[in-house]
Design a protein around this ligand. Sequence first.
Ligand code: IYR
Length: 253
Amino acid sequence: RKNYRTPDEVAEIDADEFEDDVGQLDMSSALPWDLEHVSLDFNRLPVDETIRRSQEFYTFMNQRRTVRFFSRDPVPADVIRNIIRAAGTAPSGAHTEPWTYVVVSDPEVKRQVRDIVEKEEEINYTKRMGPQWTTDLKPLRTNWIKEYLTDAPYLILVFKQLYSFKEDGTKRIHYYSEMSISLACGILLAAVHYAGLVSLTSTPLNCGPALRSLLGRPTSEKLILLLPVGYPSPDATVPDLKRKPLEEILVEI
Ligand code: IYR
């Protein structure tokens, strides 16, 4: 077998994931060669029910808001586990499932996460982000004080696995891991919303390595999303944002 990739093969792999491991290609696929294909379990709905559901789901998802003010009220751990199960149903390149979800409820660890994030975010806001970015953000009234990181009963930290290892110890390439993890994050947000909880999609700049070490994750994993999850505080406010109408986001050809 050739130990190089054809241009077409290279084009199939995200540039940021194409590593210099072509010499390590081996014939053992990550999934079994003789993987069985079974009948699809599919329940076809009457078309009027499909129309109704599509409207209902849109209306429901349109009620989702990013929330920055959390109640300290507890949430059953099984709810969070089910939400993670739902995120884990996302499609992934070559079914590599390139994700690790770290759920933090320990108050001391939440405090340490908050310390790391606030320290970096203060530098972000005052030095790294620059005047254009901070000006663009002003209407959202964010700053580097992150009370939600200790108020919310759970922090979900989503890590992307850049690669993993097969049973025989060889490296398993994770194709399209960035897209796969993004899809999983979308499902995660929908699952939180469906469970009647709120979240805040936060991507703390420059905190990845420190949070990865704090949580004992390997260097093959990269922090993608930090999601406080819980109930909103009773006096929570949100910016009065409007979403683009369909005409602005849809092109029908
Ligand atoms: N990460 C910072 C800043 C921030 C950036 C964007 I783009 C936002 O939409 C919101 C905040 C923070 O969490 O405050």
